[in-house]
Ligand binder design. Structure first.
Ligand SMILES: Nc1nc2c(ncn2[C@@H]2O[C@H](COP(=O)(O)OP(=O)(O)OP(=O)(O)O)[C@@H](O)[C@H]2O)c(=O)[nH]1
Ligand SMILES: [Mg+2]
Length: 420
């Protein structure tokens, strides 16, 4: 690290320590108030994951964002007087900002500005554990920061005790910092290539065994399910992006061996360059023979989440794999009562109920995926037997498809006969 200036190191170390935040989102045409609030709920959860507290939410109806300051000048003034009055530490935007928007906003508001990418990058940075994930996130973060360096520079100036946000840093010093970052970027790229080479050899060694990957929106219970099935201890917690690395375990169920990997969760508006930076982690998904798509059925937007995951899978070219859909957290929802139960309800009760109709959901998604979904609760193990059974069936199918002439393993062969 000695090669890089102290300034840069400091800039890098001190980014995420903040307390209170206000959230800002624009409401686009055709977007409902409820939808906007739900998106802001998610942004507040992300903010909490970063370690900050949301104190207020600002919204503004706009056809398209202002090119200079993203939001309009009236709204900007409103935010300004709020943050001054309540001494807020940061402003978080639900979208990405251009370097100049970020700079302009910072000049106006004079506090730390986060956009969606920077927020997610900082969360990833806090959570990455393996060398590969760490390197990937560091790289993505530096690439994102490079064009925004003047902005970070002004932060540094203020931290040193000055209050001016303009004209503080000399052009020369900014250039030095930029050069440092560029060097760092090429070193990280090199490091990543080395790590990836190792990963490739490891993955090559896994031929001959079916590979299954857990995928899904963030915080749905993928790691909990992985733990339940493999009895290992992977960090599972009620925070977004608890898992940033992928973990692979060998599992044997009913004498059928396969590899199971836990992966980073998806989220709406996951910045494309971030997806790219996780390419090698996502290879686990791309190279899988079967995907277990875990859904948090207790989330009011679970169907949107399914759509986001489906779309992201397509973007990373893993859209045509067999999918076993798992509706998780059923302990948190109420099932639709049977016919008699419904008869006994008043019309108002029926209208206000948010019962979920499992059989219809099951049919609808079975039509889409060709595989009957499983309804379960991973944290308590409810219906884990159904899940295991469904998983084994699909692993066997995958095995037969990839290795049609595979006969050495008598156990598997015997199990297959049993199936038919
Ligand atoms: N009530 C309930 N909570 C669950 C269930 N499964 C998981 N959880 C909780 O949901 C939270 C998220 O679980 P994780 O397993 O970390 O979710 P994940 O999908 O791995 O999340 P990321 O790694 O952040 O993408 C944790 O607090 C779990 O305890 C369930 O079936 N019911
Ligand atoms: Mg996880």
């Amino acid at each position: 690290m000695g090669k890089f200036s102290k300034k840069l190191q400091k800039l890098y170390d001190t980014a995420p320590k903040v307390d209170t935040a206000v959230l800002v989102s624009i409401i686009r045409q055709g977007q409902s108030e409820i939808e906007t609030q739900e998106h802001l709920d998610e942004l507040a959860f992300l903010t909490e994951t970063l370690g900050a507290k949301t104190v207020y939410r600002f919204t503004q109806k706009m056809e398209k964002p202002d090119i200079k300051t993203f939001i309009g000048s009236g709204k900007l003034e409103e935010i300004q007087s709020y943050i001054e009055h309540f001494e807020v530490d940061m402003v978080i935007f639900d979208d990405d900002l251009s370097p100049s928007q970020m700079r302009n906003l910072e000049n106006e508001l004079k506090i730390k500005i986060y956009d969606r990418s920077l927020l997610i990058l900082d969360i990833f940075l806090n959570r990455a554990q393996t060398a590969q994930a760490k390197t990937q996130v560091e790289l993505a973060r530096f690439q994102y920061l490079l064009p925004r360096l003047t902005r970070m520079w002004t932060h540094l100036e203020r931290q040193r005790g000055g209050t001016s946000t303009r004209g503080g840093a000399g052009e020369k010093e900014i250039e030095t910092d930029k050069r440092d970052i560029r060097n760092k970027i090429s070193l990280l790229k090199e490091k990543l290539r080395d790590i990836e080479k190792q990963g490739l050899t490891q993955r090559k060694g896994r031929k001959g065994i079916v590979r299954v990957a857990l995928v899904g929106y963030t915080n749905v219970g993928k790691s909990t399910l992985m733990n339940l099935i493999t009895k290992t201890d992977i960090l599972a917690e009620n925070k977004l992006f608890a898992t940033v690395d992928s973990t692979v375990r060998k599992v044997v169920l009913e004498n059928v061996p396969f590899l199971l990997s836990d992966t980073v969760g998806f989220i709406r508006k996951l910045p494309t360059h971030l997806i790219e930076s996780f390419k090698s982690t996502l290879d686990e998904i791309r190279e899988a023979d079967l995907l277990i798509h875990v859904v948090d059925i207790s989330h009011p937007n679970f169907e949107d989440h399914i759509a986001v995951v489906t779309q992201t899978l397509q973007e990373i070219k893993a859209g045509d794999k067999p999918i076993l859909l798992v509706f998780n957290k059923i302990d948190l929802v109420e099932q639709m009562p049977d016919e008699e139960g419904i008869m006994n309800m008043t019309e108002l009760e029926l209208e206000e109920s948010n019962y979920l109709d499992f059989p219809s959901l099951s049919d609808a998604y079975e039509k889409k995926t060709g595989i009957k979904p499983v309804f379960m609760a991973a944290s308590s193990g409810l219906h884990v037997e159904e899940f295991r059974h469904a998983l084994v069936q699909e692993v066997k199918k995958a095995h037969k498809k990839i290795y049609p002439h595979y006969l050495e393993n008598e156990v598997v062969d015997w199990e297959m006969k049993d199936l038919e």
